[in-house]
Design a protein around this ligand. Sequence first.
Ligand SMILES: NC(=O)C1=CN([C@@H]2O[C@H](COP(=O)(O)OP(=O)(O)OC[C@H]3O[C@@H](n4cnc5c(N)ncnc54)[C@H](OP(=O)(O)O)[C@@H]3O)[C@@H](O)[C@H]2O)C=CC1
Ligand SMILES: O=C(O)C1=N[C@H](C(=O)O)C[C@H](O)C1
Length: 254
Amino acid sequence: MSTTIAVNGAAGRMGKTVIETAAEREDVEVVVGFHATEAGEIDGVPVVDGEEAADALAEYDVDAVVDFATPEAAVSVAGTCADAGVALVVGTTGFDDDQLDALDAAGESVPVLKATNFSRGIQALLRTVREAVGALDGYDLELMETHHNDKVDAPSGTANTILETVQDQRDVEPVYGREGHAPREDDEIGVFARRAGDVRGEHELVLAGNDEVVSLSHRAEDRAVFAAGALDAAAWLAGREAGRYEFGTVVDES
Ligand SMILES: NC(=O)C1=CN([C@@H]2O[C@H](COP(=O)(O)OP(=O)(O)OC[C@H]3O[C@@H](n4cnc5c(N)ncnc54)[C@H](OP(=O)(O)O)[C@@H]3O)[C@@H](O)[C@H]2O)C=CC1
Ligand SMILES: O=C(O)C1=N[C@H](C(=O)O)C[C@H](O)C1
C-alpha cells in the first residue's frame, strides 16, 4: 500500500516538484495540496486553501504531510497534524526560536521529521565535514552558499546545519559577510550567502591551512533531489511513534 500524502505549499517551486516526483512512484501518492493564494488543481491533485487543511486531512485520509512553504504556514500545519494524528515532514527553512518550539510541541503528539536539506548528498557532506573539521585542527574555516534570486532566508537552512556540524567539532563564531576593516580571528568562520538566477542550491566549506586548502562542496542540479528525499522521509515516517526524527536515520535505513 502506498503512503498518502498532502503537500503544504503545493503551488510553490518545491510543492510542484514534490507532486511531479510522487507521480513517478508507487510507494507514495499525493492526494491533496494546501496553498495560500491559488486554488484548483496541480497535475490532477486537488489543491485547497491551507485554512481547510484539517477537513482535508480527514477527507483524503492523509498519512503524512510534506511541507515546503513558509515558517508560518509550517507551524500552522504542524498544529493541524498534531490535532489530526498525522505525521509531518518539514522542509521549510528560516524558522525563529518560537516557531521551532511549536514544531517540537507537535512532535509530542505526532512523528515530526524536519530537515534543512533532503538530498542524500548533503547527508554525506555533513559526515565528511565532521571528519575533516575534527582532523584539521587550526585550519581556517569559511562557509559559502548560493541560491536562486527568490530565496528569502539567509544564510540557507543547509548552511546553518553545516555551521552547527562544524560547531559540534570546534568552538568557532560565525562572521556574516565581512565588510570594512575586518581582520580575521582564529576562532571565526566566515559565512557568505549569494542570490543569483535560478541556482538550485550550492554549499561549500573551505578548510585552509598555510600550505593546503580542502574544499568540501555540494551542488543540487534539480529540485527533484529534495523532493525524492522528502517523499522517502514521509514513507518512512508515517505510522511511527510521536517524536522528533532525523533525515540521516532515513538515509541510513533505506
Ligand atoms: N529542506 C529542503 O530540502 C528544501 C527546503 N526548501 C525550503 O522550502 C521552502 C519553500 O521553498 P520554495 O518552494 O522554493 O518556495 P515558494 O515560495 O516557491 O513556495 C512556497 C509556497 O508556500 C505557499 N504558502 C504560503 N503560505 C501558505 C499557507 N498558509 N498554506 C499553504 N501554503 C502556503 C505559497 O503559496 P502562494 O504562492 O499561494 O503564496 C508558496 O506557493 C523554503 O523555506 C525553502 O528554503 C527548498 C528546497 C529544498
Ligand atoms: O530555498 C531553496 O531553494 C533551498 N533551501 C534549502 C536551504 O535553505 O538550505 C535547501 C536547498 O539548498 C534549497
